[in-house]
Design a protein around this ligand. Structure first.
Ligand code: ZN
Ligand code: ZN
Length: 321
């Protein structure tokens, strides 16, 4: 068996085992692999993309405001963030926390690409390197969000981290070889174009400014902002022993992130399809999953009680399980 094939099998096995283990299943390390040493560089493509969207939204947004365009912004943001980013990219593609037919996974991942953060492989790469690094005793401040807010924003939205000795990422073959995902990855920015044309045709410039530029600017900036708080301050139910970076929940963002803001629970149970676990932890993405389950479209929804017990997980004092 060649090395590539054995790695592919190892990823498959680890994805299943990771339901209960404390490991990033797609990451492979050697003796020199290190999460700390690296340098931050300007990333022109990413930086120009978010700058153009933000400037268009800030300058043209007020000039072209209509209530119809604003309604389009709300509806398209909710659909892409909930079905696309949360359910498609994060809970399904990255963590496989529930089962669904391939056509539904692809539809959700397509919506996730429309959020404007990255294509499917870009999302897996960004997510998994952070997950892997945050589980180390120490990692680079870029991966820990450990900087003043202005500097973290500058780094996350406009720059990239180049680790000196990064781990190797191995994506499972059925995802890595998926022609649709390869196409989405290559043209992830261009996915906005057909929608921009349709919006222009229906509602003119106001619909393009609010339905594309404002939506992408708010989604990408909001994603960073929630990520910043979710690794710096907020309530915690759990402490993960040995991890240099802990997850914090951001209760004020529970609804608008469709449950993603219960990030402390996610660090505790990465493979759980349910993110809001306690009373009052509102998780609209979970409600949608339960609705889809009732319709027979998704199945095998993983929750902490169905996952193996983790010995490095400690309940914070005063919190009841
Ligand atoms: Zn995290
Ligand atoms: Zn995750």
């Amino acid at each position: 068996m060649d090395e590539r094939q054995s790695r592919a099998e190892a990823v498959e096995a680890a994805l299943v085992a990771a339901q209960g283990m404390f490991r990033s299943p797609r990451m492979f390390e050697s003796n020199s692999t290190d999460a700390l040493q690296g340098s931050v560089h300007w990333h022109p493509k990413k930086s120009l993309w978010i700058s153009a969207m933000t400037l268009a939204a800030l300058i043209a947004g007020p000039l072209y405001f209509t209530w119809g365009a604003f309604a389009l912004f709300i509806v398209t943001t909710a659909l892409t963030v909930c079905f696309g980013h949360s359910l498609g990219m994060h809970r399904r593609l990255v963590h496989r926390s529930y089962d669904c037919p391939l056509w539904l996974e692809r539809l959700f991942v397509y919506f996730g690409t429309l959020v404007g953060l990255a294509g499917p492989f870009g999302i897996i790469r960004q997510h998994d390197i952070r997950d892997w690094a945050q589980r180390k005793a120490e990692c680079h401040p870029f991966l820990a969000h450990r900087n003043a807010m202005w500097k973290d924003g500058l780094w996350q939205l406009h720059c990239e981290l180049r680790l000196e000795n990064p781990p190797e990422l191995e994506v499972e073959p059925q995802v890595a070889g998926d022609k649709f995902y390869i196409w989405l990855e290559r043209y992830w920015m261009a996915q906005q174009l057909p929608w921009a044309l349709l919006f222009y045709w229906i509602g003119g410039l106001p619909w393009v400014i609010w339905g594309i530029a404002a939506r992408v600017a708010i989604s990408v900036t909001g994603h960073w902002l929630v990520g910043y708080f979710a690794h710096n301050s907020g309530p915690r139910n759990w402490h993960v022993d040995g991890a240099g970076v802990q997850g914090f929940s951001v209760p004020s963002a529970g609804i608008i992130t469709f449950g993603e803001a219960w990030h402390n629970n996610h660090h505790a149970y990465p493979a759980s399809a349910r993110l809001g676990l306690k009373d009052g932890e509102i998780d609209p993405g979970w409600w949608v999953l339960r609705g889809l389950e009732a319709l027979g479209l998704v199945s095998n929804l993983k929750t902490p009680d169905k996952l193996p017990v983790r010995t490095n997980l400690k309940l914070m004092s005063g919190v009841e399980n």
